[in-house]
Each structure stands twice: as C-alpha cells, then as structure tokens.
Design a protein around this ligand. Sequence first.
Ligand code: ADP
Ligand code: MG
Length: 271
Amino acid sequence: MLKINNLFVTIDGKEIVKGVTLTIKLGEIHALMGPNGSGKSSLAMALMGHPRYQTRNKKQRTSTVELDGEDITVKTPDERARMGLFLAVQYPVGVEGVTVEQLLWRSLQEKIAYNNNQQSHLDVLKFRKDLEKLAKKVGVKPELLRRGINVGFSGGEKKRLEVLQMLVLQPKYAILDETDSGLDIDALLTIAENIKSFVLRPPACHPAGAVRRLAGRSSFVLQKPGILVITHYAKLLQYLQPDYVHIMKNGRIVETGGKELAERIEKEGYK
Ligand code: ADP
Ligand code: MG
C-alpha cells in the first residue's frame, strides 16, 4: 500500500499541506477534490519527490510516506518511479530534444532493469509496435511519438500522453492530477475509458508482459493498481466509481466519504 502519514509540505518555507494522512491499497480508487489552491497538486508533487516541495520541515514533524513498507521520503523521483509510483502532472511541460518514444523506451528499460536486477533485454521493434497500439488506444497520433515531449502538443494531447505514459510504465500506484481537465467530450471519454480499463485490468498488449512472469519483487502492477485521482468533476468519477472521496481544504483533508460525496460537491460546491 501507499501509506501517507501526517504529511506536511512546504514550498519556499511556506506550509502548503498541513498533515495529510491517507492510505491507498492496491485495487482501491481514491478521489481527491477541493477548491483551487487547497494543496492537491502540492501533495501530488511532494509524493513524487519534486525537490521544491519539501516534506521535512523545521519543526521536524514525523511525516512519512511508505510505498509497500519502504519509506520513500528520502528517495529521488526516479527511484520512486522505479519502485512503481507514477504521477500524471496537472501541467505537463515540454522537453525539446527528447522524443516521446525515447522517453518511454528508456523509462521502461530502467524499470525492467530495476525489477530484475539486470539489464533489460526488451526488443526495440516489439516495443515500438506495442507502443503504437497503446498510443492508438488513448488517441495519441503515431507522429507525436516521434516529436519532442509535449512540444507543440495541444492541451488534450498532453493529457492523453500522460495516460499513455501510465499504460506503458504500469505503475502499482498512480496519482492523476486533473487528467480530465480541459478536455473535449471525446477526449474525456477516451481518457476515462483507458484509466478505467487500466484500473480494472492492465493492458494485454504490453511490452512489459514478460516481466510479469518473472518471480520476485515487482514494481509493475500485477493485479490492480491503487489510484489517487485529483479531479473537480463527478463525470470521471461516474466512470471510475471511486471507493473513497476526500475533500481537501487549506492543506488538510476535511471530509472523507463514498462516491455520493462527489455528487454532492458537484451540486452544492465546496462551501
Ligand atoms: P491545488 O492543486 O489544490 O489547486 P496547489 O497545490 O497547486 O493547489 O497550490 C496550493 C498553494 O501553494 C497555492 O497557494 C499556490 O500558490 C502555492 N504553490 C504551489 N506551488 C507553488 C510553487 N512552486 N511556488 C510557490 N507557491 C506554490
Ligand atoms: Mg492543482
């Protein structure tokens, strides 16, 4: 499980997240809602290990984040990713000079190597074929795979690419920060369906399929992943049917309930 215990996050000395405790087990879907500026993205960034989002503060509070029993607060983002954590960021950034295909090829190889304690023997041609299939599924045009990461991508293409990355890396725990925001209805449906099918059953046509057959510790999802979806809309949640809905205000989780809570928020607002 991903166990967040009394997490404080400070940015440039300012406390943004003020003691969040949350446990996400494999197979569970948690939704996190809350007004703009309540600290949802800061929580997500800190979980992934962004160096600007400090979880160790002056007062030495006992914030811990454990991934399958291991404290990850001291780990770098790439180590956390290898261990099976994934973040779809709210505002994906462009990276010139590295193509989507290169990014995904390298990250997947790194993850496989971490799992098996040896270099990955992934076949590049098979990877390319599988990647194109997955891209088609999420509506990412093949030519985008050969462009710089998010360079000149539309808002919808960026969000689809975040989902594609998740499908390729098959994390055990995924945090999706407003992956459904700013999409037209077709994009929203595609994204919702893909997230749902990933949650219920990781994709079959996947280059990491062979990894799953190997024994031992795996940072790839073997059954169902644990998911934290940050969203403002009940629409995605109608698809995903979350087990828990949490409301965050001013850096704290102030209410937790079932999916009916999301419907109430959509009707009545956060108040
Ligand atoms: P949410 O995702 O819930 O809308 P955020 O976590 O993005 O909220 O922001 C919470 C607060 O932290 C806001 O007041 C925001 O201005 C501040 N904040 C977030 N990121 C940074 C940053 N990199 N530098 C300074 N302030 C930040
Ligand atoms: Mg945000």
